[in-house]
Design a protein. Structure first.
Length: 127
């Protein structure tokens, strides 16, 4: 579920609607363990640098990394928006490093790249 697409105030309402419609459904909100392990490794490696860059709590920030990972599993492109200093660039860089490290640990040649796009540089049809 892409909770990151909902306004914070609407999450409780959405959860209660899900509970009403799907009575016996239990929401699994646990992050992927292997990805979580690699995320924590990247954070531990660059901890001081990361702490100096972000201005939100570490737990909330890690939750956002996991939400971004969940979103990348179901979307082929994403846009991060937020206030200056909230950790947008650092979140995507940590996730990219973690997923590349996970692929390398499996002896895969896959690397994760970040392509930045200025939406004003192309037409809306091209987006």
């Amino acid at each position: 579920m892409n909770l990151s697409k909902l306004v914070k105030d609407d999450v409780g309402l959405f959860d209660s609607l899900l509970d009403d419609v799907f009575v016996n459904f239990k929401k699994d909100s646990k992050p992927n363990e292997k990805v979580q392990e690699k995320i924590l490794e990247v954070i531990d490696k660059d901890l001081e640098l990361i702490r100096n860059k972000i201005k939100v709590s570490e737990d909330a920030w890690i939750t956002k990394i996991n939400q971004l990972y969940d979103t990348t599993c179901v979307r082929h492109s994403i846009m991060l928006v937020g206030q200056t200093g909230c950790g947008k660039s650092t979140i995507i860089n940590v996730l990219s490093k973690a997923l590349t490290n996970l692929a390398m640990s499996r002896n895969e040649k896959e690397t994760w790249r970040i392509e930045r796009l200025n939406p004003r540089s192309i037409t809306q049809d091209q987006l």
